[in-house]
Design a protein around this ligand. Structure first.
Ligand SMILES: [Fe+2]
Ligand SMILES: [Fe+2]
Length: 313
């Protein structure tokens, strides 16, 4: 039997061809509403939007085509101010996670890499220029992959922290976003469960866990086109300025500031993943992480969370 799955009505662009069959659900029947490779007419789409239809449906077997379509829509979603913010944020989140996942599955694909760089830059612009975007993106949980959600959340937080520092330049933004998207890339290959507390692991597993920044960076360094600074951010994202981090136990002067920004975002999101409410996570960071990260970055985290209303009392 065919399986169907829901997709948001807003994902479709008016008067553009769709790459897959689109169905309308009436009762428990699925009616073909827009045929594969035909134009989804504005008139027909508007009718559904006016009725505030909760979802359209696609065949599960055509999900890869839907993902391709969503991927093509990403730039438009990042710039399209007409869509309601929450819907737009959810679609951007879905499309970005999908792009990250596609690259991780096929890192040798240079076109995907270029897309990722461009998306990193545009995502920064979107977050900085859209009031309420941080608040809509950050708490949105993602059903199927905690690791992909974490990757995007760390990028989102890191961009927020960067904004409050004097490192905020366009090229830094791109490097930081892509470094954060990929910081735990090694976990995708080993299947490490991000919701686990690494401190609770056996000694042997901890040893393996501590290899993830180096394994990730090595994987990226193999790619001739890959930016070496971004690979370095992946390598150094678990380092701390007092030398208590890993894998190289570096101290402040030898760690890239952008890697430390990712580190702060990563440490904060790990607390959130473990169920700490944001305001308590911030408090913990301000007490326990002093000495591990530069004070101005911790203060930048605090002021960013406050300005964006992300750690309400
Ligand atoms: Fe990590
Ligand atoms: Fe992480």
């Amino acid at each position: 039997m065919e399986e169907y799955q829901p997709v948001k009505v807003e994902v479709f662009k008016k008067d553009q061809p769709v790459l897959f069959n689109v169905y309308l659900k009436i009762g428990d029947r699925f009616l073909l509403y827009c045929r594969k490779n035909t134009v989804f007419e504005a008139k027909r789409l508007n009718k559904l939007l006016e009725k505030k239809l909760p979802a359209l449906y696609i065949l599960s077997s055509e999900k890869h085509l839907y993902k391709q379509y969503l991927n093509q829509r990403l730039n438009n979603l990042l710039e399209n101010k007409k869509l309601p913010l929450q819907t737009r944020c959810e679609l951007i989140q879905e499309a970005l996670q999908d792009l990250i996942e596609s690259f991780i599955k096929k890192p040798q694909d240079e076109i995907l890499y270029q897309k990722l760089l461009f998306a990193g830059l545009k995502y920064g612009d979107f977050l900085y220029n859209t009031s309420g975007a941080f608040l809509s993106i950050y708490p949105v949980s993602v059903p199927n992959s905690p690791l992909l959600a974490h990757s995007l959340h760390v990028a989102t937080l890191a961009l927020g922290i960067l904004r409050e520092t004097n490192f905020n330049q366009e090229n830094h933004r791109t490097h930081l976003a892509v470094g954060a998207f990929l910081h735990d890339i090694a976990h995708f290959y080993t299947g490490f469960d991000i919701t686990q507390n690494p401190k609770a692991l056996s000694e042997e597993k901890q040893h393996d866990y501590r290899k993830h920044p180096r394994d990730g960076a090595l994987k990226l360094k193999e790619l001739s086109f890959f930016n070496p600074l971004i690979a370095k951010l992946v390598l150094q994202h678990e380092e701390k300025i007092d030398g208590s981090g890993f894998p190289q136990k570096l101290t402040e002067k030898n760690i890239e500031p952008l890697a430390l920004i990712i580190g702060v975002a990563n440490a904060f999101d790990k607390l959130i993943i473990q169920g700490t409410p944001p305001k308590d996570a911030l408090k913990k960071m301000l007490i326990n992480s002093v000495g591990e990260y530069p004070l101005d970055f911790l203060q930048a985290l605090q002021s960013f969370l406050k300005k964006e209303n992300l750690a309400p009392l």
